[in-house]
Ligand binder design. Sequence first.
Ligand SMILES: [Zn+2]
Length: 361
Amino acid sequence: MLFDRESWSLLNLDLHRMQLPREVVVGNNTLELTGEICKRLGFKKSALLTMGPKTQDIAGGKIIDLLSSDGLKVDHLVVNSCNIKDIVFVEDMIDELKPQVVLGIGGGTKIDAAKISSSHKEIPFISVPTTASHDGIASPLVSLKGLDKPYSIMAQSPMAIVADTNIIINSFHRFTASGCADVIAKLTAVRDWKLAHEVKNEYYGEYAANLALMSARLVVRTANLLKPGNEEGLRVLLEALISCGVAMSIAGSSRPCSGSEHLFSHALDQIAPKPALHGEQCGVGTIMMARLHNINWQQIRRTLKLVGAPTTAEELSIEPEHIVEALVRAAEIRPDRYTILDERTLTPETAEKLAKATGVI
Ligand SMILES: [Zn+2]
């Protein structure tokens, strides 16, 4: 017989593909290594860079010089957002310029634009974050804006991540605090995932779940270091954000990193006239979802305060009624994503009670 019983059952399991970064550098002046990394990965001819007007000054210009002096043909595009128009623009430029690799340089949208367009055009991409505001810097997912609903779609993992603490430390602390909150959000995201596994028999990957949880616990433990100008704390955060990205790559979805607290943030994006930062909203959502999950929401709130992230509607600059509406509508954002909000359906009254009990409003 060709296969024994055990290998036969293994062959019957669904194929699970994991795409992981090959080079990750975190530290002071790592930007200098961009040329060397490109060369080592085999990109010796050409590169296309996506950046914003600000990130061009902060890091983009320097990367153009570095790669050009290494003999690469370097083109760059300035993108302002990551809507369908921007993506089509970058894809058209990839068709025209035929680069070997795309480098996304910036906070969220510039990296997302590079990630999704390179994925569609089947060429690799390198992530060069200039802030540490969310886990998209290392994840295979992209959040698309400008559609009727916020969509998170699978694109590809970065082949390399170049995180220069010397640059990121000079970004506003608000971004770093937001990144901390996006990591802390995994405390409820993983709970939701486990719940979906127990109730709906959804696939649950213990390894990916633990990786996301470990990152969140590490940020909680080192919160006192996550202060403006503290490089040690920033390194912890960057490694945690990158680990969360890897957790999503391993899980093959955003499940280990995005649960009911993210649904609340997505709902706020639709409801609030001026939404706050992604991580900031997720952090406030985590406080409330933790209470629904019966886990230590006070500790989550304390940690968010300690790192300088918002814990109230006022600090988010969002009206209390929008918080309540977002809580009520969060479960509709992604009906396929089973979370605590499907177990504990919130009405305007119970949502208001929850927001009040946790001090959010
Ligand atoms: Zn997030």
